[in-house]
Design a protein around this ligand. Structure first.
Ligand code: DMJ
Length: 451
């Protein structure tokens, strides 16, 4: 039969239809497969570490950060279960949390980690589930954390005793100082008590005021004297989420001071930290005082930045940087903790089941619809299954070069890594992106939310 143009068009349409259909199927399967892997890890936690902070997946033993449990894994993982439609598992986790989570303990905790994992987890649980007991727990925790802000500058101490309110550690970093307002501000919105918002905001403003003349911040500052102790500037661990919360605080609360602080800061980051000398776009290390380049290390924690650039609607830069992150991931088949981008060699070989590159692929896919980012997601998923899966959950890697495993499974694997991977493959209706702002631990907080 002759192939008329119309027929050719029909054949093409049929082939295209098949391709699209099989792609849709693949996509569905991938979302379901992520969910199955979540269950694999969660069931292992249930079997070997129920009621504890986390599971050590190789020894199949529980781990508690402070010798007593704050239920890190169930609290961090709860909203992921809801998003995945794992309602029975979510109900089990909820009962455990409401029956046994208590904060009146004579223990010094690291405020940053407790805020991003527990306070954020409880607040998103409250918003998504609606049970007021989540808010009671969040309020109790927020009150116990507040003494961290009682420093002469208003910038927080790193540790606080949950029972006595005694604080310690006056040397702090921008990430730990500036990553609380999404949580504390949401607590203010939920309780009507403005103190949480005001104290967390003041800490950020005080830090921002101490930026250098070229608008950069350093790595370590003394919260009692306000003096910088380390002037190295970068966007990696220890500074990363300070930038993240400048932009997200503007987007979540509409407070114009944050828009202005973000715009000034991101301009300086692009000017003094971006580095395209070695064939790709990277963000390196410079001295905050004069912008002198002092290092070419880029790590897994830097890889949140393409996501942030998407939120800033800088898609071109985001896409370029994501390609660099992908090159880092594929260097040894799974992402190292850090590389030197000048030589493309590994400087820190561990993989801690981190989410940041996956988070950025999810944002880029959401903003562009480009299949490239789902393909990246397939690589990430396959690497995780191949190198980190164990009989009892997923394990960190001691080295991405040797692939030797380490006996840990961080709660952010449940809160972030698997959530972003799932959302990358799930239909957009799984979580209407424009209605939420994700905290740094991937807990979705509702925009325009009122009690
Ligand atoms: C998480 O606890 C948070 O994303 C934090 O901001 C830094 N990174 C870890 C996961 O890698």
């Amino acid at each position: 039969m002759a192939r008329t143009p119309r027929r050719l068009a029909l054949v093409a349409a049929a082939v295209l239809g098949l391709t699209v259909a099989s792609r849709a199927q693949q996509t569905l399967v991938s979302a379901e497969r992520v969910k199955a892997e979540f269950l694999h890890a969660w069931n292992a936690y249930k079997q070997y570490a129920w009621g504890h902070d986390a599971l050590k997946p190789l020894s199949k033993t529980p781990h508690d950060w402070y010798g007593t449990s704050f239920l890190m894994t169930p609290v961090d993982g709860f909203d992921t279960m809801l998003l995945m439609g794992l309602d029975e598992e979510a109900a089990l986790a909820k009962r455990l949390i409401l029956d046994s989570l208590r904060f009146d303990k004579d223990i010094d905790v690291q405020a940053f980690e407790i805020t991003i994992r527990l306070l954020a987890g409880l607040l998103s649980a409250y918003q998504m589930d609606g049970d007021g007991r989540f808010l009671e727990l969040a309020t109790d925790l927020g009150n116990r954390l507040l003494p961290i802000y009682n420093s002469p500058t208003g910038m927080p101490y790193r540790y606080v005793n949950l029972l006595t309110g005694v604080t310690r550690d006056s040397l702090n970093n921008p990430a730990e100082i500036g990553t609380a307002l999404l949580e504390f501000g949401t607590l203010s919105a939920a309780t009507g008590d403005q103190r949480y918002y005001d104290k967390a905001k003041r800490a950020v403003v005080e830090l921002y005021k101490r930026r250098s003349s070229i608008d950069l911040v350093g790595s370590v500052i003394n919260v009692e004297t306000g003096e910088w102790v380390n002037t190295q500037s970068h966007i990696g661990g220890g500074i990363d989420s300070y930038y993240e919360y400048l932009l997200k605080s503007w987007l979540l609360f509409g407070d114009p001071e944050f828009r202005s602080m973000w715009q000034t800061s991101i301009a300086a980051v692009h000017t003094h930290l971006a580095d395209s000398r070695f064939g790709r776009l990277w963000y390196g290390r410079s001295d905050m005082t004069n912008g002198t380049r002092s290092g070419t290390e880029f790590g897994s924690l830097h890889a949140f930045f393409p996501a942030l650039l998407c939120l800033d609607e800088d898609l071109e830069q985001a896409a370029l940087l994501q390609e660099s992150c992908y090159a880092m991931w594929t260097l040894h088949g799974i992402e190292p903790e850090a590389i030197d981008y000048r030589t493309m060699t590994v400087t820190a070989p561990e993989y801690y089941l981190r989410p940041e590159t996956i988070e950025s692929a999810y944002y880029l896919y959401t903003y562009t619809g480009d299949r490239r980012y789902r393909e990246m997601g397939e690589t990430f998923f396959r690497s995780l299954v191949r190198h980190c899966r164990t009989e009892a959950g997923y394990a960190h890697l001691e080295s991405v070069v040797t692939k030797a495993k380490a006996d840990a499974m961080e709660s952010f694997f449940f809160a972030e890594t698997l959530k972003y991977l799932y959302l990358l493959f799930a239909p957009p209706s799984a979580l209407p992106f424009d209605d939420y702002i994700f905290t740094t631990e991937a807990h979705p907080l509702r925009r325009n939310w009122t009690r």
